[in-house]
Design a binder for this molecule. Structure first.
Ligand code: SME
Length: 163
């Protein structure tokens, strides 16, 4: 496999397109959801220098911390709580320009200033969320939502492992 996914573009949408091609190739032969999430988190974190990129997995009535890149983070988030739990409850992407203005935001790290959370689906069912945090305000918009949705679709054929 390749050692590194090189992203040379500078415009955000072009960077996403270039990285998506590399990640698609990287994940194409894997069937394991967790290892695919782990490499996806690393690819996004190191290509965009986001503060924190990671997955939370649905575990009963809460989200449990899954594969991530960045500082240590909250390990459990109840259904409907915080940005992640709200995205799960509403089955919708949430973009937060200023986390201090989101009622109930869960601050795992005080350096986080803005955030995007997208749901990972198995059919109609939410099985997890992708959470990306920035240490700058208003880092995320509809462009991020559009391309990150494509990245999440790469997880569609992957299975939760039973080791
Ligand atoms: N801020 C999130 C919690 C997860 S951390 O940001 C990694 C939330 O409000 O759900």
């Amino acid at each position: 496999m390749v050692e590194q996914l090189i992203v040379t573009k500078t415009k955000k949408s072009q960077k996403y397109i270039q990285l998506l091609a590399g990640v698609t190739e990287l994940l194409k032969d894997s069937t394991d959801l967790i290892s695919a999430m782990a490499n996806l988190a690393a690819a996004l974190k190191y290509s965009f220098n986001f503060f924190w990129v990671g997955f939370y997995l649905v575990n009963g009535d809460k989200l449990t911390l899954g594969p991530f890149q960045g500082p240590i983070a909250c390990m459990e988030i109840p259904f409907g709580k915080g940005v992640c739990g709200s995205a799960w409850q509403n089955k919708k992407t949430i973009i937060v320009e200023d986390v201090n203005k989101f009622p109930g935001h869960i601050a795992c790290n005080s350096a986080s200033k803005s955030e995007i959370v997208l749901c990972v689906f198995d059919g109609q069912k939410v099985i997890g969320v992708l959470d990306i945090d920035s240490d700058k305000l208003a880092s995320f918009d509809a462009v991020d939502e559009k391309y990150l949705t494509n990245f999440i679709q790469l997880l569609n054929n992957k299975q939760i492992p039973h080791y």
